[in-house]
Design a protein around this ligand. Structure first.
Ligand SMILES: [Zn+2]
Length: 490
């Protein structure tokens, strides 16, 4: 019955929808769809997959361009679940003043004065990570900052990033009136940040567009970016301008989760090209902080991902995840464990119980394995793929690349994973469908089925026939995003 319904639906889609605009035939299609793991051909209509099937069936639908796949592998577009498309102001000669360990107003004033003496008038002076303890009684006034740096916009953000202090030059640059108080929080922060990114925006947009081109050449059609709020703004500007070539899921910093909640209330969660709703935590500092942030973010339906270092951090964080999941009765939180390559056997059931997703970057794993072999790291439980998958846990692959500086191609990631005892099928799944799951988008992308987004990659050879050590030699022939050929090596 279900099968008949599926066939009827396929027929309906194939006839009722617009005719196929692009068809690839004679390929070895790995669909990622358990109901039909392999096919010979695929057709698209608009930005969606029209049908996946036999050569004859697809040829019958084809009305537009038909490309001969020459027996090579065709997969869903790769999804990089951990990437940095840009790092705002990586090239800045004067980085933000790090204020966490400053203890007096005098120290703050000295640091700002030193920058003001070196920087041209009008250049932004940024500071971050101040705590309430620094100011003793109350935060400094706008007038106090004006006396130290009258000619430079100054913007100092609090440790959790949900508020900041601005001087008059900063408020002017952001278009605020003379009466605005210097302590700024909520939606007004966006106006200040938009003014900060403006001098660098075009340069950064070019960096992102270049990164997208490099990713398309490698077969990546979706990227899960995490970093600063500035990056979020830059990516949003590109998105709003329609200058998008790959899909993006953005996760700004976790501690200021209220900012994302408020942004979503005003602007929603995005579309198929760019969406948001995740937050990234960095090193686990204290358990109470993490509990506060994770429970706050989860209570308004935001996804939490956290960068992990030590095993102790992993255990602390899983404790927090389990507690929040229990307290809030979260059915499907998809908490994410970034860089959790090291999973001791007793931790794996906790990962399953928390419904967490290990986000792995196999290219980093090779680096850890080499250091372990050289005796620089204690032996650990690196990359226990079999045990993780057997526990019913999904793994999301990524690279931690900054594409403009260095890019790990999906074929390299696949090869490393296969060298660590994963099958081609498992590795492909982690880099496509399960990476889509990790951004709550598995119903839209990550596998090739009628109605899903037409994001796919045609290689120049059949990956399943290659010895493992040659997987990385496969080249991308064609990358299609939303039914459009975005990269063509021919
Ligand atoms: Zn990273």
């Amino acid at each position: 019955m279900r099968l008949r319904l599926a066939i009827a639906l396929l027929f309906l889609r194939a006839t009722a929808a617009a005719p196929a605009t692009l068809a690839i035939v004679n390929a070895r299609v790995w669909t990622g769809d358990p109901a039909r793991p392999f096919a010979e051909a695929i057709a698209t209509s608009g930005d969606r997959v029209l049908a996946v099937g036999s050569n004859a069936g697809i040829r019958a639908l084809a009305a537009g361009t038909v490309i001969d796949g020459a027996g090579a592998t065709l997969t869903p577009g790769f999804i990089d679940s951990h990437i940095h498309l840009l790092v705002f102001d990586r090239n800045r000669p004067y980085p933000p003043i790090f204020m966490r360990y400053l203890t007096t107003r005098r120290q703050v004033a000295d640091r700002i004065s030193a920058y003001a003496a070196k920087l041209p008038k009008g250049a932004w002076i940024l500071g971050e990570d101040w705590t309430d303890a620094l100011w003793a009684v109350q935060p400094p006034s706008r007038a106090w900052l004006d006396r130290i740096a009258p000619d430079h916009p100054v913007w100092l953000t609090r440790i959790e990033g949900a508020s900041g202090i601005a001087n008059s030059a900063a408020l002017r640059a952001a278009g605020f009136g003379a009466q605005t108080p210097g302590l700024v929080g909520g939606g007004n922060m966006w106006r200040i940040e938009a003014a900060i990114i403006e001098p660098f925006r075009e340069r950064d947009e070019r960096i992102v567009e270049h990164a997208m081109d490099l990713l398309l050449r490698a077969g990546v059609t979706s990227a899960q970016h995490n970093n600063a709020w500035y990056d979020f703004l830059i990516l949003r500007r590109l998105h709003q301008a329609g200058r998008r070539r790959i899909r993006v899921y953005d996760s700004p910093p976790l501690p200021a989760w209220e900012r994302l909640r408020d942004y979503i209330r005003e602007f929603g969660r995005g579309d198929a090209w760019m969406h948001w709703g995740g937050l990234k935590g960095f090193t686990v500092v204290t358990e109470p902080d993490y509990y506060r942030w994770v429970s706050g973010a989860s209570s308004c339906g935001l996804q939490v991902m956290v960068h992990l270092g030590s095993e102790a951090e992993l255990r602390t964080l899983l404790g927090v995840f389990l507690r929040v999941r229990r307290e809030q009765h979260l059915a499907d939180p998809r908490f994410r464990l970034e860089h959790a390559h090291d999973l001791p056997p007793d931790v794996i059931p906790l990962v399953a119980e928390a419904r967490a997703i290990p986000s792995w970057q196999p290219a980093l794993l090779a680096h850890f394995a080499a250091r372990t072999a050289a005796g620089q790291l204690a032996p650990r439980n690196l990359f226990p793929a079999r045990a993780v998958l057997d526990a019913g846990v999904k793994i999301a692959f990524g690279t931690d690349s900054s594409p403009a500086y260095s890019l790990v191609a999906p074929v390299q990631t696949l090869q490393i994973a296969m060298e660590h005892a994963m099958s081609l099928d498992q590795a492909l799944r982690a880099h496509t469908l399960d990476a889509a799951y990790a951004e709550f988008a598995e119903n839209e992308k990550g596998s090739l089925q009628a109605g899903k987004l037409a994001d796919f990659v045609l290689f120049d050879r059949d990956l399943s026939r290659l010895p493992v050590h040659q997987i990385h030699e496969a080249k991308v022939r064609l990358t299609v995003v939303g039914g459009r050929i975005m990269y063509d090596s021919r």
